[in-house]
Design a protein around this ligand. Structure first.
Ligand code: ZN
Length: 130
């Protein structure tokens, strides 16, 4: 159980995708098979830069019941520099977000399991100060 747990943690800290060495396409989330090359796939695990740009976004005003105090938040479709598209929460003010803006991944605490003392992290994106 333990090695698998740490493997998961690793995936949460780094933005790990896969690259097909045959055609050069990157995939995120990671795939075992390249849909372009199929049986000729040469899949390798790669760490993605975590940088990209906003392709589209929506501002979510409806927060879940237990998060009523939270302000509206931004969900963005982001094209990573390596090519894959990723949908993620973008941590910024709703009026700041623009199509084409540069963003990078950030890790924000999602929640804490008090009993076990385990902190869960997930990927979110923030504005990239270039
Ligand atoms: Zn391929």
């Amino acid at each position: 159980m333990l090695p698998r747990f740490w493997r998961k943690i690793k995936y949460r800290y780094d933005l790990v995708g896969t690259k097909c060495e045959n055609c050069g396409n990157y995939y995120y989330p990671p795939r075992n098979l390249c849909p372009v090359c199929r049986r000729k796939s040469k899949i390798r695990e790669v760490k993605l830069s975590g940088r990209g740009e906003v392709i589209s976004y929506s501002i979510v005003h409806e927060a879940p019941e237990d998060l009523k105090a939270e302000k509206p938040y931004v969900i963005a479709l982001i094209r990573l520099d390596e090519g894959p598209l990723v949908t993620s929460q973008l941590v910024c003010e709703p009026e700041e977000v623009k199509i084409g803006m540069r963003v990078r991944k950030a890790f924000r605490k999602y929640g804490e399991d008090g009993e076990a003392g385990i902190i869960y992290y997930g990927t979110k994106f923030v504005l990239d100060e270039v």
